[in-house]
Design a protein around this ligand. Structure first.
Ligand SMILES: Nc1ncnc2c1ncn2[C@@H]1O[C@H](COP(=O)(O)OP(=O)(O)OP(=O)(O)O)[C@@H](O)[C@H]1O
Ligand SMILES: [Zn+2]
Length: 706
């Protein structure tokens, strides 16, 4: 009779402690069981067998929930790696890796069954017509009953009754991608040929494909994928945001004309489950998806393609705070397959690694069609500016409207007004949970916290003095849309931001509307990435330096990425592209690098700053956030920890914005050794697991919370 060790919820109880139970049968690792824990019924995951405990009586497990293990050996190893690296509980890692309906706490599976017909042992004679139909359809059995009925019509009944076919139930498997007309591979450019050859022939397993915007990186992906598929292996296409999935799905489907799995956050639980099963049951060779697709249960992965590898959406905000690139590296090593990271603006980390030769650098230096777009910096301190728009930009928009060409306007702030500040008493309306300014969203007449997402009705009344008069300074995409529409009443405007893309498939619909009949696309950073519209010849960036004022060590990098990527949307086909960047600081090296499309210059300058400030990639970093209703309590713990840490550089404590009415205090740790940093933080995690002051850990943060 085996004794088994399990991990059990709740997560907070203990970071990675296993508990022993007794089972009547042998249970494989990865099977879920129900157990009694602290007088409650809970779901647990079996980790393996163990010796009979000598110091206590192990309880009996209550129920076995799965026939087969949910996770294979690779995914167990991956969970181990994630738990260590991100200082997260194993349970939170398992949970992240599985589709929602298979998660530890979930008892019901949203399996949709459908009817199929399979071959029976029919003996008695059939009418001639039924016989003829059966002979025709027999080779295709088993087949979906709906399909069979369509062809055999009323004869189906006879075939069923006489036992020639039998009705069975099968799990319904649905493909989400629609079909696209077959597209033929273009003749590759010389650069593309060379890139493919290098990736195919070099021994190295990780490649950084640095290609300027519009240089045809996707075509390199497709060619490499083709070779992998022909070898019978699987390919994973990763994109950073849902907004970019339609485009990638379309290109992949059109090229390969085969069933593919899709995985992203807007799918329902049952859709996710079905896509997951399609990969598990080896029914598809291709997966296209966002971050969470990196956990798909591949059995023979042959290639991982990570598009826009610099994008911060690849890092998860919630525990475990993993980076998709790390997971991709892990899986590529496990499957001995190649990983290609691609971007026009590689992350500093990846480029530094390529520079050192850890990754093989592959470059596409020219655009496929035209040359790079012409960039102009517009100094907002000079010349006419109307509602945030320079005269220069307005004239150019007018010109494109006349020429029936398209414009993209980027303003990286959604909503109508960024702050509600009273004109009489100067009070600013704040989020009661986070303590930061609320934004006004006009169409819903609400005040929204862009930090926690909470919304409040707008009463247009100052909470302090009761006045109804607020400043109208600043703007978000909603206000911009209104003022552009007033200026150009005839123009067809499409707005794309978090507010207009909440519904399923909204990205796809908006992009289609713009492509088919739009004149101007207005949006947040969402419109800066990946879009490939041949008729876009003008890109306007409204508040280019808004991102530079943040104190974050990556503020320059993210601003550079956004500006260069947004510029890259102009002039991608046979028409010349033009970009107007409105700025207050035209001499900033970020602006200069964008102006000359000079990634190297940006990289070298930024690396110097990082070196001076001792920031990644020159060091490993982690943040510790202490929170408590009382600021003094949180500060006390933070100071105590700082005093103890002798071997790391510790910055802080500083007070940052609240969350859920809790005061928060941040420490920033820097360490030359990743391993040493992990050990230190694991010790702290154990110590604070049941403290009144909560400790939140972010290993290798991409953004420092403010
Ligand atoms: N060899 C080729 N011949 C003709 N057209 C090509 C070729 N390769 C790519 N293209 C086309 O060029 C355009 C730009 O390619 P793609 O979207 O792959 O660029 P990209 O490098 O991914 O750019 P970005 O980084 O801006 O997303 C696409 O419309 C694509 O179909
Ligand atoms: Zn809030």
């Amino acid at each position: 009779m085996p004794f088994i060790q399990v991990y059990v919820e709740p997560l907070a109880l203990s970071l990675n402690q296993m508990f022993t139970y007794h089972s009547k049968e042998k249970l494989e690792r990865g099977i879920r069981v129900k157990v009694e824990f602290n007088h409650k019924e809970m779901v647990a995951i079996v980790m393996g067998e163990c010796e009979k405990p000598t110091d206590f009586q192990a309880k009996e497990i209550l129920e076995v929930l799965d026939e087969k293990p949910l996770l294979n050996d690779e995914l167990f190893e991956l969970a181990e790696y994630m738990s260590n690296t991100y200082v997260a509980s194993k349970m939170s890692c398992f949970k992240t890796m599985l589709p929602p309906s298979l998660r530890v706490q979930s008892k019901t599976k949203p399996i949709i069954m459908e009817e199929w017909f399979e071959q029976g042992e029919g003996m008695s004679s059939l009418t001639p017509k039924a016989k003829e139909l059966f002979e025709k359809l027999q080779p295709m059995l088993p087949m979906r009953s709906s399909l069979f009925r369509k062809q055999a019509k009323t004869h189906t009944k006879q075939l069923l009754e006489k036992g020639y076919i039998r009705s069975i139930k099968r799990e319904k498997q649905e493909e989400i991608a629609s079909d696209y007309e077959e597209d033929r591979p273009p003749i590759l450019s010389e650069d593309q040929e060379k890139a493919i050859e290098t990736i195919r022939n070099e021994e190295n397993s990780t490649f950084l494909l640095h290609g300027v915007t519009g240089s045809g990186k996707t075509e390199v992906f497709l060619q490499l994928a083709k070779e992998t598929i022909e070898q019978g292996k699987q390919v994973l296409f990763l994109v950073p945001e849902i907004g970019l999935t339609p485009l990638m799905i379309q290109r992949v489907k059109a090229r390969f004309q085969q069933k593919i799995a899709i995985y992203h956050s807007q799918l329902s639980a049952s859709e996710k489950y079905q896509q997951y099963q399609m990969v598990k049951n080896k029914e598809v060779q291709i997966v296209v998806g966002t971050r969470s697709a990196c956990f798909m249960p591949f059995h023979d992965l042959g290639l991982i393609l990570m598009d826009e590898e610099h994008d911060t959406s690849y890092k998860q905000d919630a525990m475990p705070k993993y980076h998709t690139r790390d997971i991709a590296l892990f899986r590529s090593a496990y499957h001995h397959c190649k990983l290609v990271l691609a971007s026009a603006t590689p992350s500093l980390e990846s480029y530094a690694r390529a520079y050192k030769g850890l990754y093989t650098l592959v470059e596409l230096k020219r655009r496929i069609a035209k040359s790079m777009p012409k960039i102009e910096l517009v100094d907002l301190r000079e010349g006419e500016v109307e509602g945030g728009l320079s005269k220069n930009l307005l004239d150019k928009i007018q010109d494109r409207l006349a020429k029936k060409e398209q414009t993209i306007l980027l303003l990286n702030r959604r909503g109508y007004l960024p702050v509600m500040k009273c004109r009489k008493c100067e009070e600013t309306i704040l989020c009661p949970d986070c303590g930061i300014a609320l934004s006004y969203h006009r169409s819903e007449n609400t005040l929204v916290c862009h930090c926690c997402g909470n919304t409040y009705p707008n009463t247009n009344t100052c909470p302090k003095c009761g006045s109804h008069d607020f400043y109208q300074h600043g703007m978000g995409t909603e206000k911009l849309e209104g003022s552009i529409q007033t200026k150009f009443p005839e123009a067809k405007i499409v707005r794309m931001d978090a507010d207009t893309t909440r519904k399923k498939n909204a990205h796809q619909k908006l992009l289609k509307a713009f492509e088919e009949e739009g004149d101007i696309l207005i949006g947040t950073q969402m419109v800066a990435k990946g879009l490939d519209f041949p008729n876009v010849t003008l890109v306007g960036i409204l508040q280019a330096d808004a991102g530079l004022v943040r104190s974050d060590y990556r503020a320059n990098e993210t601003t550079y990425e956004m500006l260069e990527q947004a510029s890259g949307r102009a002039g991608r086909a046979d028409k010349e592209g033009e970009v107007l960047i409105q700025t207050f600081d035209r001499s900033h090296y970020v602006m200069e690098s964008v102006l000359n499309h000079d990634y190297r210059k940006f990289f070298q300058t930024e690396m110097q700053y990082r070196h001076l400030g001792n920031y990644p990639p020159f060091t490993y970093m982690a943040t510790l956030i202490f929170s408590h209703a009382e600021l003094s309590q949180a500060l006390f713990e933070a100071r105590k920890v700082k005093d103890e840490l002798k071997e790391q550089r510790v910055l802080g404590p500083i007070e940052i914005s609240m969350r859920q009415k809790k005061k928060r205090v941040r420490l920033l740790l820097k360490d030359k050794s990743q391993e040493h940093l992990e050990t230190t933080i694991w010790a702290l995690a154990h110590r604070y697991k049941s403290n009144a002051v909560k400790l939140e850990i972010n290993m290798h943060p991409l953004m420092l919370e403010e």
